[in-house]
Design a binder for this molecule. Sequence first.
Ligand code: ADP
Length: 305
Amino acid sequence: MSHTENIISIENLSFGYRQKKVLDQIGLEVPTGSIYGFLGPNGAGKTTTIKILLGLLRVPDNQVRLFGKDINHFRIETLKSIGTMVEDPSLYDHLSAIDNLRNSCIIRKIERKRIAVVLEQVGLTADSHRKIRSYSSGMKQRLALAQALLPEPQLLMLDEPINGLDPAGIIDIRNLLIDLNVNHGITIFLSSHILSEIEKLCSHVAVVHNKHILYQGSMDGLLNNSKSGVRLIVETDQPEKAKLLLQKAYPVETLGAHRIVVHLSDRSVTPRVASALVEAGIGILLLQPDNHELEASFLELLKSN
Ligand code: ADP
């Protein structure tokens, strides 16, 4: 597949089921190389959009492009470069990981030598002969990802990949997706209704609600969209000294014994806060934006629409 700036491009697309409109003139640009979060509440149209992108639902010409090509005219060609994982992957519990992947290779006419490669990529080589009924939820999800990776895709399209996983499984999948993106150059488009997960994983995000895209762009852009600014949590062994110093420039509150919260107009001010603390000889144990930030931005967007 040729390299294009935007691996997915949707222009002015409306879609409905019978009388019910689900998407109203949406546009979406997914940069090649990104981890793109498609974020919205249940029923917002995320799965519908993914089905459209996989060519499972029919749309008019010239509105959906994958790898720069119209999906209606290059469907088979583009699908070869896409790995997909739907919510309930078709895995057989009574078979091992290897046997599950062998089945997929036969059905999809993929060379068997890919099996060892994808098992290694998802870190399941050592467990590949075990029946998967003994796997944890995270391991099963990694196997589903291995299945998606079989055709050597340039793009992974994942519908709610984190849904239903236990906390260890969530961390597992998150790290794996970052590895596939950073070290294997795979663009990842994933849907989720879990705000904090999108924040931890994605470089870009689109917020879909009530048939429309309310925001699309960089993750930092969404965070800075928050009218209430950014809450930066600072943990230090000298919280009082840090508070006295920082409150000359920013509103500061105390949070427990060792933490303060600094209110910033936007994220780009963070390095200035860090250097002010270091210059004053104050040890920083932790410096992080408040996790509720994205939620606040998201709710603000929903409220104003
Ligand atoms: P999400 O993935 O964001 O939860 P969906 O794309 O699954 O949202 O659904 C969007 C809307 O379309 C919902 O109101 C849902 O009930 C409706 N819908 C989804 N699939 C169908 C279908 N096959 N027929 C009719 N309505 C559907």
